[in-house]
Design a protein around this ligand. Structure first.
Ligand code: NAD
Ligand code: MG
Length: 385
């Protein structure tokens, strides 16, 4: 059996730590060669002692010394600074990269991994939202394989195997509806950080948990699906499914709908991305449909969840519009997590940026990054007003 040589970008986060649990369970045949974290050096040092990677990257260079003192016995290469992620993407000793960084910060490394023709198990959805065309073209040109880790996209990827691409009628993404599914506009207006972080079904990092509460996460996922599966957004539907058991569905032209179901546990899609096209016994618990009793579905209220409506709008506008949409969200969520703005302000700020931005077709990475910077600056200026 050939050994898969793996790098995990963002190994200390929710996806990163679950990926290591999956790799532990897969056992022989999977070797961790590189790990990265931004600043959680204690956990990174523990992981380094356990997995003995050849390379470790710390993007926040100020934390490097602390890591050195904690990771006693580490004899591999320590890289620091944001560029270190790109260096990992280039490593010859790595064939598979799990991209588990949060936000647009992962873009340069994800692009480099595609340029290097690696296999990407992609959880980091923001690069697909902001540079989907460039990323997919780069992957195609360099024979890189992109395998989705996001649970909905893994479900669609699995369901698509039941037919040909030209037989697809539409993709149906499920959404839990988050903690505010049944909330009134007033409750949402005054939601606390604690309430926004109390996701009913999934346990995830703070940014994506807030994105689930605004339903920004689903908006990003519609755009992610459009690029991953080459389907226009008009053919991507969102349905609320509070139980988070049906992870997404594909409707084919004959009316057949194929879905993937499972417990809400990210280990399942992570494992599938690592074992594809095979399946092996995993660590996620199995479904007991009779205990669940029923599965429910409802239409999302686009007037309550404005982020979802905006997501369709920016996807159709294209160019710099999704970049601004994503960056404004990242900046606003950061402020919300610090306690400096109210929950409802997040979507207001995103809408303000989208409405005041002049869309640019964005032919280069530089133009994408300029639009990203403009949105972050605009959010911060608006908050300071
Ligand atoms: P997290 O916050 O738990 O972890 C983020 C990881 O990225 C950490 O290892 C952190 O050190 C690193 N990181 C953070 N900022 C960084 C920066 N500026 N530069 C370099 N590294 C940085 O996040 P998460 O919940 O694991 O999510 C990771 C990605 O996966 C996101 O794009 C998210 O949308 C996507 N995703 C997550 C889940 C989930 O269940 N958590 C599900 C689907 C998709
Ligand atoms: Mg998802």
């Amino acid at each position: 059996m050939t050994t898969r040589s793996i790098a995990i970008l963002g190994s200390t986060g929710s996806i990163g730590t679950n990926s290591l649990r999956v790799i532990d369970a897969l056992g022989d045949g999977y070797k961790v060669r590189a790990l990265s974290a931004n600043s959680s050096v204690e956990l990174l040092a523990e992981q380094t002692k356990k997995y003995r990677p050849d390379v470790v990257a710390i993007t926040n260079a100020d934390k490097a010394e602390e890591f050195r003192s904690l990771a006693t016995g580490f004899t591999g290469t320590l890289l620091t600074g944001p560029e270190s992620l790109v260096e990992i993407a280039k490593l010859e000793c790595v064939d598979t990269i799990i991209t588990a960084i949060v936000g647009a910060a992962g873009l340069p490394a994800v692009l480099e991994a595609a340029r290097e023709g690696k296999t990407l198990a992609i959880a980091n959805k923001e690069p697909l939202v902001i540079a989907g065309q460039l990323l997919m073209e780069t992957a195609r040109k360099n024979n890189a394989t992109i395998l989705p880790v996001d649970s909905e996209h893994s479900a669609i990827f699995q369901s698509l195997q039941a037919g040909r691409n030209d037989e697809v009628n539409k993709l149906i993404l499920t959404a839990s509806g988050g903690p505010f599914r049944n909330a009134t506009a007033e409750q949402i207006q005054n939601a606390s950080l604690e309430e926004a972080l109390a996701h009913p079904t999934w346990s995830m990092g703070p940014k994506i948990t807030v994105d689930s509460a605004t339903m920004m996460n689903k908006a990003l996922e519609v755009i992610e699906a459009a690029w991953l599966f080459d389907v226009p957004v008009d053919k991507i539907e969102v349905v609320i499914h509070p139980e988070s058991i049906v992870h997404s569905l594909v409707e084919f032209i004959d009316g057949s709908v194929i879905a993937q179901l499972g417990t809400p546990d990210m280990c399942m899609p992570i494992q599938y991305a690592l074992t594809f096209p095979r399946r092996v016994k995993g660590i996620a618990s199995h479904l007991k449909l009779d205990e669940l009793g029923k599965l429910t579905f409802e239409k999302p209220d686009m007037d309550v969840f404005q982020a979802l409506k905006l997501g369709y709008k920016v996807a159709k506008l294209g160019g710099s519009a999704p970049v601004v949409f994503n960056a404004a969200n990242e900046a606003a969520v950061e402020e919300f997590l610090k306690g400096s703005i109210k929950f409802a302000r997040i979507v207001e700020l995103i809408a303000y940026c989208v409405d005041t931005h002049t869309v640019n077709p964005c032919h280069s990475l530089d133009e994408l990054l300029q639009a990203d910077a403009w949105a972050r600056e605009t959010v911060n200026k608006r908050i300071a007003e």
